[in-house]
Write a protein that binds this ligand. Structure first.
Ligand code: ADP
Ligand code: MG
Length: 394
């Protein structure tokens, strides 16, 4: 078990907290503040327990220099509104300087300040020890609350813990509970659904999942590389050419391991990657050359749903169709509805899968929606995430 903010007596101490406030901005305005709201329980806990709080985050990709459009100023403003107290952005083009250090030192219990986008410094992503030390000088204890970047060893996610003790916030605690239980101690049958478009990234995850799951379901853009490996023609569908060999290996391995491995049996295919492109349903062995697979078909929806109904734990990463287009959202919606009704632990990982579930209004019907796409995948693969490894054990 990892230490959390509850394992510290915060009176007289300053927390240096790493949040994921990489929020979407349009014309300087925040278009979705989910990530800010998600951090409020931990911040409020720290305030109530008497901590002074210095918050840091990245935003966008400023590539190691100060870019005013990627300033955290809009975040400071929104956070002030939610907390009902002023959160000052102590801005510096170099993120930490003497003024920033003095402001952190002067902070009293219950006060909150934000420092500028840590990626204004190239040293951040290089996990530069000197920059990590500068960040650590802003407080006494590091609070890790940015799951989405915890698979990267950066100065503000990992390096800082070489200088001060690290504990987790409540978001991280929840990620570790649900993802950890799914990976290490799932109630069985344990099913994983893998879909989406990042075939290259995900095909290796499937190999390690075969050692853990009872049922593995493949959908989305992912499926066509497997169809190709089975010798079917896939028309203009998404293909990871280099992944074909690995897909064959996976098919064999699944059989050896006795994992129930389900691919779509029919697909909805259109001429072009567009919602208004005419479409039809085809069995997977007869996709015409001028078509591309956009969604799973009705027989597949039934097959997947019937199988998922037997599961007690389900991990879902990647939509099973191009859900952003109404005509091709049917399969993804059906899978989301199926999971919503299950009497099982349901964990959603991946940015687009989470967006899909939210779009269908089913987010609160899932056990856990992970805030980290890449991080949740690496976790499922069984890798140790550097930003998690540094959190002290109880
Ligand atoms: P996540 O963010 O959940 O990890 P990915 O980023 O891997 O998922 O993939 C999400 C994208 O996959 C979505 O934009 C969706 O439109 C796309 N997608 C799903 N099915 C297909 C398909 N058959 N062909 C092409 N793209 C697909
Ligand atoms: Mg994605």
């Amino acid at each position: 078990m990892k230490k959390t903010v509850k394992d510290v007596n915060w009176a007289g101490k300053t927390a240096v907290m790493r949040c994921d406030f990489n929020v979407p901005l349009k014309d300087g305005k925040i278009t979705d503040d989910t990530r800010i709201r998600a951090a409020l329980p931990t911040i409020n806990y720290l305030i109530d327990d008497g901590a002074a709080i210095v918050i840091m985050s990245h935003l966008g990709r400023p590539k190691g220099k100060a870019v005013p459009e990627m300033s955290l100023a809009p975040v400071a403003k929104r956070l002030s509104e939610y907390l009902g107290k002023e959160v000052k952005l102590v801005a510096s083009d170099v993120v930490v300087d003497d003024t920033v250090k003095a402001a952190a030192k002067a902070l009293k219990g219950g006060e909150v300040m934000l420092i500028e986008n840590v990626r204004y410094r190239a040293e951040e992503e290089k996990n530069d020890p000197e920059f990590a030390r500068e960040l650590s000088e802003l407080g006494d204890i590091f609070v890790q609350e940015a799951f989405g970047t915890s698979h990267r060893a950066h100065a503000s996610t990992t390096g800082i813990a070489d200088y001060i003790p690290a504990v987790s916030g409540f978001l991280i605690e929840k990620e570790l509970k649900f993802l950890g239980e799914a990976v290490n101690d799932p109630e069985r049958p344990f099913a994983a659904i893998m879909g989406g478009a990042k075939v290259k990234d995900k095909i290796s995850v499937i190999t390690s999942l075969l050692n853990k799951v009872d049922i593995l379901i493949i959908g989305g853009g992912m499926a066509y590389t497997f169809f190709k490996a089975q010798g079917y023609s896939i028309g203009k569908s998404l293909l990871d050419e280099e992944g074909i060999g690995l897909a064959s290996d996976i098919l064999k391995l699944a059989e050896e391991k006795g994992v129930k491995f389900l691919l779509p049996v029919d697909v909805v295919a259109s001429y072009d990657f567009a919602n208004d492109s005419p479409y039809d349903v085809y069995p997977v062995d007869s996709i015409p050359d001028d078509r591309m697979g956009m969604d799973i078909g009705p027989a597949t929806i039934k097959l997947f749903s019937d199988t998922l109904k037997t599961a007690k734990t389900v991990v879902w990463n990647g939509p099973v169709g191009v859900f952003e287009m109404e005509n091709f959202a049917v399969g993804t919606k059906a899978v989301a509805e199926c999971l919503a009704e299950l009497d099982a632990t349901t964990v959603i990982g991946g940015g687009d899968s989470a967006a899909a579930v939210t779009q269908f209004g089913l987010a609160d019907k899932m056990t856990h929606i992970s805030t980290g796409g890449g991080a949740s995948l690496e976790f499922l693969e069984g890798k140790e995430l550097p930003g998690i490894a540094i959190i002290e054990d109880k």
